[in-house]
Ligand binder design. Structure first.
Ligand SMILES: O=C(O)[C@H](O)[C@@H](O)[C@H](O)[C@H](O)COP(=O)(O)O
Length: 232
């Protein structure tokens, strides 16, 4: 059984988003005040859109904030399924328009070829990352650590920043931050909305077999604090 970390439950997603956006903004500004700049890693998918909208309105020194993605689909940045597009449209807006964003997709033909360059492009990001916001799929994946993919063990064991992943149960080849990169953070938030996600999360706490449910690679460690923010 994995010992549960901080678990905060909200009645409605809007309450969760308000609280989490406040917390992230405070932590980023605190990092800037202490160290001159801050880093934020966000996930794609559908869950964080309103959180992004809200965060973009916060009055912090966004020009000192370095933002990247936990994972990306290997598609052009203006395509529908691009996480970069989503971040540009929902987070790099309003006051956050001045933030320094680095996407993970580059000009290489495949994520295998582009992984080293994607990792290098984060070289000037403050590390450990100040804040990482993760989502989770109902198969127990987080980032692009898919239980179905052959590259899972590599993504969870490499000390490279980025790894290529070819999921068989989800569209597109992907690039993902490695476990090593994700855990080299000051604070991780796991953002879950919907009862089906809660059921999967509870299941994930049952044991530490990361091959079945890769989210356990985050939940079953004590190096980096993980706060779970859940709303039905
Ligand atoms: O690009 C992605 O797909 C993600 O970064 C991924 O890890 C996501 O967080 C989960 O799949 C949850 O996705 P939803 O929020 O759409 O449920």
């Amino acid at each position: 059984m994995i010992k549960e970390s901080v678990f905060k439950s909200f009645e409605i997603p809007a309450d969760l988003e308000a609280k989490l956006a406040d917390k992230i903004a405070i932590e980023l500004q605190d990092a800037i005040d202490k160290r001159g700049k801050a880093s934020l890693v966000v996930s794609g998918g559908s869950t964080p859109l309103k959180l992004f909208n809200l965060l973009s309105t916060k009055g912090i020194d966004w020009s000192d904030v370095y933002i990247t993605l936990a994972d990306e689909r290997w598609v052009e940045p203006d395509e529908k399924d691009s996480n970069e597009r989503l971040v540009r449209e929902h987070l790099l807006q309003n006051r956050a328009a001045n933030a320094k964003f680095r996407g993970l997709k580059n000009m290489y033909a495949t994520p295998e070829l582009g992984a080293a360059m994607a990792g290098d492009s984060l070289a000037n990001f403050p590390r450990p990352f100040d804040v990482v916001v993760l989502g989770m799929g109902t198969d127990g994946h987080t980032c692009s650590w898919f239980p179905c993919s052959q590259e899972l063990q590599h993504a969870l064991s490499t000390t490279d920043v980025c790894a290529a992943v070819n999921p068989t149960t989800a569209p597109h080849a992907r690039i993902t931050l490695s476990r090593d990169a994700i855990l080299n953070s000051r604070q991780i938030y796991l953002h879950l909305v919907g009862e089906s996600k809660l059921t999967v999360y509870r299941q994930a706490l049952e044991n530490d077999d990361v091959t079945q449910m890769p989210i356990r690679a985050v939940l079953a460690q004590r190096k980096t604090p993980v706060d779970v923010f859940y709303s039905a």
